[in-house]
Design a protein around this ligand. Structure first.
Ligand code: SF4
Ligand code: SF4
Ligand code: SF4
Length: 198
């Protein structure tokens, strides 16, 4: 029979904190906590962590609401008060700490993931002024999301490449190969370039 590994919240927290976005930190932490496996002996921790995962997933996917934030605060409060062990109480503290960041609330209030880690909140775009129509991005895109024709030296006119947002999976491969730094990440809600390279 497979031996259950012991849940170490500090290890899960360390992995979660490698991410910049507080929503991603919270989601990755709670996923790790539930996979721990979490023992499930007390109700506020057992049910609260499952509900927290659902609500954090919704925020990460771009369809969260103020009700999700309120529910997460309630969950953290109940876990802190009623959890029977340090792991449950620490989990409540970590969630409360990450939720207190203005970046967390900005996902709901402004539709913005400031670190660009929640892919539902971002778009990859090509700057027409910088694109030299080399075609490297189109070659690397496995999703057929890039429109454009490579420059032919004998022709004078050409159009810069474009990204079809409906096909783009935000995998980030194109930004790695563009020799001109012409691809940038923009906030999909506000449409403002963040200037962030992958
Ligand atoms: S608070 Fe501790 S004992 Fe209670 S369910 Fe959570 S991990 Fe188990
Ligand atoms: S981010 Fe990925 S899917 Fe989107 S255009 Fe670039 S390579 Fe294609
Ligand atoms: S890799 Fe960069 S310069 Fe080349 S076509 Fe794509 S966006 Fe333009």
């Amino acid at each position: 029979m497979e031996e259950k590994k012991e849940l170490k919240v500090d290890d899960i927290k360390k992995e979660a904190e490698a991410n910049a976005c507080p929503v991603q930190k919270s989601l990755l932490y709670i996923q790790g906590f539930l996979e721990g496996p979490m023992c499930g002996r007390c109700f506020p921790c057992a049910m609260g962590s499952y509900e927290a995962r659902v609500r954090l997933s919704a925020i990460s996917a771009g369809h969260g609401s103020a009700a999700d934030i309120a529910a997460l605060k309630r969950i953290a409060g109940e876990m802190l008060e009623a959890s029977m062990c340090k792991k449950g109480k620490d989990t409540a503290r970590f969630l409360a700490e990450w939720m207190a960041s203005p970046e967390f609330g900005a996902h709901i209030a402004g539709g913005v993931c400031q670190s660009g880690q929640c892919i539902s909140y971002i778009e990859y775009r090509i700057s027409p002024d910088k694109c030299t129509v080399c075609g490297s991005c189109k070659d690397v895109c496995r999703h057929g999301a890039i429109l454009g024709e490579k420059k032919k030296p004998w022709l004078s006119g050409y159009l810069p490449f474009e990204i079809r947002q409906k096909k783009c999976t935000r995998c980030g491969e194109c930004i790695k190969v563009c020799p001109e730094g012409a691809i940038f990440i923009t906030n999909s809600a506000a449409g403002q370039p963040e200037g962030k390279a992958a």
